[in-house]
Design a protein around this ligand. Sequence first.
Ligand SMILES: [Zn+2]
Ligand SMILES: [Zn+2]
Length: 145
Amino acid sequence: MPVPFSGGCACGAVRYTCSEEPFVSYACHCTECQKRTGAAFGISIQVPAGGLAVDEGEPKVRRRVADSGNEIDVRFCGDCGTSVFAGGPARPHVRVVFVGTLDDPGWVPIQANIWTRSALPWVHLDPQVERFEMLPDFAKYFENR
Ligand SMILES: [Zn+2]
Ligand SMILES: [Zn+2]
């Protein structure tokens, strides 16, 4: 995966750069991602927290309790409402970047489908891609580094 890469919200007020390679990338079919995006699923990459820098703007924070029970702080643009990235006290070394906000999202592979128990019935899940009914244990992806 190419680094550094950059991205931002829809209106451009919030901009970020990531200087470290993602640990893992996946499509998330949880109900929160459906609400957050207004779409069928979210696409996320997990990156080292130290590798992600906000270059412009100051994202607002919404703390929520995930389907997993973990607290997650979703960072979003206060002007246009785009959710840009998230992180939480359960895994302080990780940030979850929402792939649709990348300047070039096309290179990001889907390594897993997660929370498939709430996937919309018409969504086609690639049988070659690992799938998890709920939240996987991401530890194995971190060990590969
Ligand atoms: Zn914005
Ligand atoms: Zn989700």
